[in-house]
Design a protein around this ligand. Structure first.
Ligand SMILES: Cc1cc2nc3c(=O)[nH]c(=O)nc-3n(C[C@H](O)[C@H](O)[C@H](O)COP(=O)(O)OP(=O)(O)OC[C@H]3O[C@@H](n4cnc5c(N)ncnc54)[C@H](O)[C@@H]3O)c2cc1C
Length: 395
């Protein structure tokens, strides 16, 4: 029989949260094993932020996170702040810049973040094993036993950092949720989030014709509002404002889009009718919106001719189609393109101070596998760093 390899801490999942947790536990002198089933480490970091990794946000605040318990994130975000991560970046001489809205990106490449985390792991004497398939996990007494690649391991603290379900082709799996269920922890229903939305044939045809066109828009669902860029694609709607609202939108409901956030179109058209009654409506709308979109909206609303010929009721309908376009998505592009997963391990099951399971001492959950989802803009990585740091202090 093979002998059991003993560690103080075993972390499953060497993504953002797992790497951070391993570094911190290692720095405390714990004997740490970090396992991943992938052969490439930090793939999500590598592809993030268009290859430049939006690694945190200077505006990090609990209000930027979605969870059944909105207060859950407070402790971890206070224990390890965005400034702590920025200090780490500076220590490694990684150049960075703010793109917009407090979003910090590497000047160079996301690989710099991966290299930084791996070098910190090395300094903290973390043992990293890639291509490890975990076959079984059990608890006996106060020890956890792990079977992986036909080897046996044991540890006092087991940290689950296997992330969410988004982008399965780079290693996402439901492993974390299954382990939670095995240890009798509740899992909140998961859904793709920060994901492009899809539409019925009529709107889809419009989107296809406008594919590639982007503009600033206010997108809202009930009282939740985002004002950022929006993009028409050959599959539907995307861009930051759509990705953001996708985390709140509920199947069967409408979203509202203001395609001209800075202008009250109805008032503008009334004024124009008085000042230049002979002007063609298509030309007027093209002053406000990109030409292709202007023509499409006039066509869809069946308006043409001089503005003087259009009754006020028609002008109001046209204005609403621009300032308050109400549409019903039929779904999303799903986990294939979603940046994150909504839902996950119920935060009622975990201590917000330590990230340890309340029912199972020694078992920790960190990062995206937990029911915490950040807005777009570096918040998801900050959650991975903060929750990883916390588990690193207590595991
Ligand atoms: C295209 C894209 C772009 C993004 N851009 C940004 C951005 O710029 N800023 C931002 O804040 N967030 C961004 N995100 C979100 C961010 O990447 C995640 O929220 C973050 O990586 C979550 O960290 P994690 O450690 O919890 O999970 P992950 O980083 O997903 O790591 C989980 C790890 O667990 C491993 N694993 C999974 N199952 C198993 C198993 N059964 N056995 C062993 N190992 C396993 C995986 O291989 C992986 O290495 C982006 C996401 C995507 C998909």
């Amino acid at each position: 029989m093979k002998s059991i390899q003993k560690y103080d801490v075993i972390i499953i999942g060497a993504g953002a949260a797992g790497l951070m947790s391993a570094i911190e536990a290692g720095k405390r002198g714990r004997k740490v094993l970090l396992l991943d089933h992938s052969r490439k480490i930090g793939e999500k970091i590598r592809i993030s932020g268009g290859g430049r990794c939006n690694f945190t946000n200077t505006n990090t605040h609990p209000s930027k996170f979605i969870s059944k318990n909105p207060n859950f994130v407070i402790s971890a975000l206070n224990q390890y702040t965005q400034n702590d991560f920025i200090d780490l970046i500076k220590k490694h001489n990684i150049e960075f810049h703010e793109k917009k809205l407090g979003q910090l990106f590497c000047d160079g490449s996301a690989q710099q973040i991966i290299d930084m985390l791996l070098s910190e792991c090395e300094m903290a004497k973390v043992i990293l094993r890639k291509g490890m398939v975990v076959e079984n996990i059990d608890k006996q007494g106060d020890q956890y036993f792990i079977d992986a690649n036909s080897e046996k391991y044991s540890c006092e603290s087991l940290v689950i950092a296997t992330g969410g379900l988004s982008v399965p082709k780079i290693g996402a799996s439901k492993f974390g949720y299954e382990i939670a269920k095995k240890f009798n922890l509740n899992v909140i229903e998961t859904l793709p989030a920060l994901v492009p939305l899809t539409f019925n044939e009529k709107i889809l045809t419009m989107c296809r014709e406008l594919s590639g066109l982007s503009l600033a828009a206010i997108v809202s669902f009930n009282k939740t509002i985002f004002e950022e860029g929006m993009l028409f694609t050959h599959r539907g709607l995307s861009g930051p404002s759509i990705l953001q609202i996708s985390s709140y939108w509920k199947l069967g409901s409408n979203i509202k889009i203001n395609l001209s956030p800075d202008l009250d179109i109805h008032k503008f058209l009334e004024d124009r009718k008085k000042s230049n009654p002979k002007q063609e409506i298509n030309t007027i709308i093209a002053e406000i919106l990109p030409k292709r979109l202007a023509h499409m909206i006039c066509k869809e609303n069946d308006v043409s001719g001089n503005i003087s010929e259009l009754p006020n009721k028609i002008l109001k309908e046209l204005s609403d189609a621009i300032n308050a376009w109400v549409i019903k998505p039929i779904g999303s592009e799903g986990y294939r393109t979603a940046e994150v997963t909504l839902g996950g391990i119920d935060t009622n099951e975990i201590s917000s101070k330590t990230m340890m399971s309340i029912k199972n001492p020694g078992l920790f959950f960190i990062g995206e596998v937990v029911d915490v989802t950040g807005h777009l803009g570096g918040y998801n990585f900050q959650w991975a760093w903060s929750s990883g740091y916390v588990a690193g202090q207590y595991s």
